[in-house]
Design a protein around this ligand. Structure first.
Ligand code: ADP
Ligand code: MG
Length: 261
């Protein structure tokens, strides 16, 4: 994987981070019933920043990123995304969902729609884009993820890696400012992981703000500006990748890294 990217590329990637804050979580708490799933989460993300979140299963990683596009509601604290405060009174959920794209572990494509229709549905319905324009845009993104020839097929006819690239292209069709990825490669056979990570690296290179839940540590080392480690609903530790991997501070982080590296 590291051969896909040179140290110079990495410097270029680094410089894409701006001073503009695009996501802010202030002392966010969330419960599922009695279960305290997010505990005093504080997180500031700048435009163009690429963040990797890792941590044991059940630590709250998915819940955290799902709160950012309001797939889940938090009960305490503030979440502000691109200047919009996410709360119960949020009027324009569609607006947030177009700003914040999300890619899931299991692709979540519509099985009964062709690849092209999967990509054009959102722009036509929520952006009121004319079909021909939406299709032209969709083809542009399918070329970007290197599978334009699959446009007329159905999701079930594609490999997992291809389906996940379609899912990324589908999100990009909405022209989001932020992309969230929830373990995008963990349902894939090993030989397909790289083709998806390569697409994500290229996306990072465009300056997209990205939050990626993953245990692909080579990806984190190459692409992330910051790695966040969560355990039991808390952010235990965060640091730039080099320091995070070479000199973890907390016992829980050390234990986790010893199990996955
Ligand atoms: P992770 O992504 O780190 O594995 P999750 O955010 O999915 O963690 O889940 C954190 C904890 O919250 C887990 O113990 C999980 O069982 C629980 N949980 C997740 N979603 C729900 C839900 N909708 N209702 C109740 N409990 C949930
Ligand atoms: Mg999860």
């Amino acid at each position: 994987m590291n051969d896909t990217i040179t140290p110079q590329d990495k410097e270029q990637l680094k410089s894409a981070v701006s001073n503009e804050v695009i996501i802010e979580m202030e002392t966010v708490n969330k419960w599922y019933g009695d279960f305290h799933v997010l505990k005093d989460i504080n997180l500031v993300v700048h435009e163009g920043e690429r963040i990797v979140i890792c941590g044991p299963s059940g630590s709250g990683k998915s819940t955290l990123i799902r709160c950012l596009n309001h797939l889940e509601e938090h009960q305490e604290g503030n979440i502000i995304v691109d200047g919009i405060t996410l709360d119960k009174n949020l009027k324009n959920i569609d607006h947030i969902r177009t700003e914040v794209g999300m890619v899931f572990q299991n692709f979540n494509l519509f099985p009964h729609l062709s690849i092209l229709d999967n990509l054009t549905l959102g722009p036509i319905l929520t952006r009121k884009m004319p079909r021909l324009e939406a299709e032209a845009e969709a083809m542009k993104y399918l070329e970007r993820v290197k599978i334009p020839e699959q446009a007329d097929k159905f999701p079930g006819q594609l490999s997992g890696g291809q389906q996940q690239r379609v899912a990324i292209a589908r999100s990009l069709c909405m022209n989001p400012k932020i992309m969230l990825f929830d373990e995008p490669t963990s349902a894939l056979d090993p030989e397909m992981i790289k083709e998806v990570l390569d697409v994500m690296i290229e996306l990072a290179d465009t300056g997209m703000t990205m939050i990626v839940v993953t245990h692909e540590m080579a990806f984190a080392e190459t692409v992330a500006d910051r790695v966040i480690f969560m355990d039991k609903g808390e952010i235990v530790e965060e640091n730039e990748p080099k320091k995070f991997f070479n000199d973890p501070q907390h016992e829980r982080t050390k234990l986790f890294l010893s199990q996955i590296l």
